[in-house]
Design a protein around this ligand. Structure first.
Ligand code: ZN
Length: 101
């Protein structure tokens, strides 16, 4: 107990290694961000890494906060993060240490 990383931590670790594919991560985060924060106008006022960091960070924060408020389980969070995890696996960027049983 206590040694298993939470999915959001796994994702945060993975994102730290995603510098080479930031643009692709942005494409993944953009539609989610648009649904979560329709008033943000996709931060068109920003460019480059500032925009990428903000968009991706807000999406991850929103997912994490929503589930924490509802007291949902890591498994549920993982379901929401599945698309991002799949992306990471497909790109073979990092091996996520999920237990399979
Ligand atoms: Zn935003």
């Amino acid at each position: 107990m206590g040694t298993e990383l939470k999915p959001e931590q796994l994702l945060a670790d993975a994102l730290g290694e995603l510098k080479a594919v930031r643009a692709e991560m942005l494409q993944l985060a953009l539609p989610l961000h648009g649904q979560m924060y329709p008033s943000h106008n996709d931060h068109a006022e920003l460019t480059g890494h500032d925009r990428e960091n903000l968009l991706i960070g807000e999406v991850l924060q929103k997912i994490s906060d929503d589930h924490a408020k509802r007291g949902e389980t890591d498994a549920t969070i993982r379901a929401d993060l599945g698309v991002i995890e799949q992306f990471i696996r497909e790109k073979k960027i990092v091996t996520l240490g999920h237990a399979t049983t």
